[in-house]
Design a protein around this ligand. Sequence first.
Ligand SMILES: Cc1cc2nc3c(=O)[nH]c(=O)nc-3n(C[C@H](O)[C@H](O)[C@H](O)COP(=O)(O)OP(=O)(O)OC[C@H]3O[C@@H](n4cnc5c(N)ncnc54)[C@H](O)[C@@H]3O)c2cc1C
Length: 326
Amino acid sequence: MTDQVDVTIIGGGPVGLFAAFYAGLRNMSVRIIDSLPELGGQLTALYPEKYVYDMPGFPKILAKDLAREMAQQGTQFSPQVVLGDTAESLSEDMVISTRSGLHMPTKTVIISAGAGAFSPTKIGLADEESWIGRGLHYGVRHLADFAGRRVAVIGGGDSAFDWALALSEVASNVCIVHRRDGFRAHEDTVAKVKALPVGFHLFKTVAAIQGDEQISAIELEDTQTKERSTIECDTVIVNIGFKSSLGPLKEWGLTIEKNQIVVDHLYQTNRPGVFAVGDVCTFDGKLKLIATGVGEAATAVCVAKTLIEPEARLFPGHSSDMDLPA
Ligand SMILES: Cc1cc2nc3c(=O)[nH]c(=O)nc-3n(C[C@H](O)[C@H](O)[C@H](O)COP(=O)(O)OP(=O)(O)OC[C@H]3O[C@@H](n4cnc5c(N)ncnc54)[C@H](O)[C@@H]3O)c2cc1C
């Protein structure tokens, strides 16, 4: 059993990080739990190398840079950060139990769990797992890792095309493998990729991965003729989507609609002391954006503060009037 904190934030994505910052600003003790090994949520896990254009104050910022700044801001009041562990249950007396067996008492909870825990959609090969670490990836963390590589990107959506575009600057060779000839990616990105020396293998799926220590080729199957062909590559990046699920949060007795937690205008759920903000919550007029999610987080924190300390004011004051650490 760990110490009781004022607020436990479930999910260290951009919205949870801002909630942690705001709770620190309000002198609350904070614990963040995230099932991923890194803070940043979707920014870090799904699109670290994409530019974000709708952050106040940043005309253009890479998602990974935004995640880093938000993590720095979110941890400046030294919250407890528990990574690589999943919040599984919340007892009547407000103790959160995690997958690893920790029991964490809390006065309030802010759920900022996004779409829930992520897992990438797999190609479906029997030996697929064995190629992880030998050239098979489900995303790109650091572009530099792919310098000089011969890369096959699987998929036809935004992520696949964004990676193909970015990788073409560092990889020695890039091709796209897609099961149709239509793409879900933005037309603009598709046009940019088509203007590059990127190979296209259309109406193809991956039938097998070949190699020894490292991938050396992939065998493709034509979706129409079923003919097989082989292309040489040492890296395969699969971008055919992510599965996400609220998972254990569904058992918390919260009102859930279409996989999202229903909240009122103060971001309170139907359970006393439990709030939901960011992508995970729903209400009339909900926008799944970082800019709106951080506002929800600030409100939820201030309402939680007044629950814990009824004499506290809801309005936090202006940060510009506060003496904060640099
Ligand atoms: C390709 C793409 C591009 C985007 N571009 C933009 C953009 O330009 N501008 C914009 O505003 N938005 C954009 N978005 C949306 C934006 O990323 C989301 O709105 C934002 O990430 C939501 O933040 P969040 O903190 O609510 O959730 P998330 O970022 O999803 O973070 C939730 C975190 O909760 C953790 N978690 C879930 N369940 C548990 C559990 N039970 N225990 C512990 N941890 C748990 C997850 O591991 C995750 O880290 C984009 C999204 C995508 C996919």
